[in-house]
Ligand binder design. Structure first.
Ligand code: GDP
Ligand code: MG
Length: 140
């Protein structure tokens, strides 16, 4: 299987509750390597651009408000089959449906405040990493 990069966000609900270290430990324990990482507080335009694919959905406004409600930790992760493996580690979008052992089962609050984001495919992974990181901010 190929070595891939994917993009992760530790979302405001998790940062606010002091869960950065716990979630990063789950990520690195799963074998994913951190290639770039920073804490940022997105403005509205940045968050709207990131979630542009959802702009017609009824929850878009709420989602953007939430994503700019506090700081987040963005990272670029790398590993074998990283995109799918990280989606599995996150669990279902709604924490109520997330399997035991996943980040969202452990820490997610509800379908919006679900603690983490992960790219859903190779194209989005590439776009999302580039949306937050310059090449010189990624190691190796
Ligand atoms: P993901 O790929 O598992 O993160 O899920 P989606 O791409 O479908 O949705 C993006 C994000 O929007 C989710 O992670 C949630 O934070 C939020 N979200 C998804 N569905 C809903 C919903 O029905 N209501 C609200 N308020 N937020 C939602
Ligand atoms: Mg998604």
């Amino acid at each position: 299987m190929a070595i891939e990069k994917t993009f992760s966000i530790i979302k405001p609900d998790a940062v606010e509750r002091g869960l950065i270290a716990e979630i990063l430990k789950m990520i690195t324990d799963s074998g994913l390597k951190i290639k770039g990482m920073k804490m940022i507080h997105m403005d509205r335009a940045k968050a709207e651009g990131f979630y542009a694919v959802h702009k017609e959905r009824p929850f878009f406004g709420e989602l953007v408000d939430y994503m700019i409600s506090g700081p987040v930790v963005v990272s670029c992760l790398e590993g074998e089959n990283a995109i799918e493996n990280y989606r599995k580690l996150m669990g279902a979008t709604n924490p109520a449906n997330a399997e035991e052992g996943t980040i969202r089962a452990a820490y997610g609050i509800d379908i919006q405040n679900n603690s983490c984001h992960g790219s859903d495919g190779p194209d989005t992974a590439k776009t999302e990493v580039a949306y937050f990181f310059n090449d010189d901010e990624l190691v190796g």
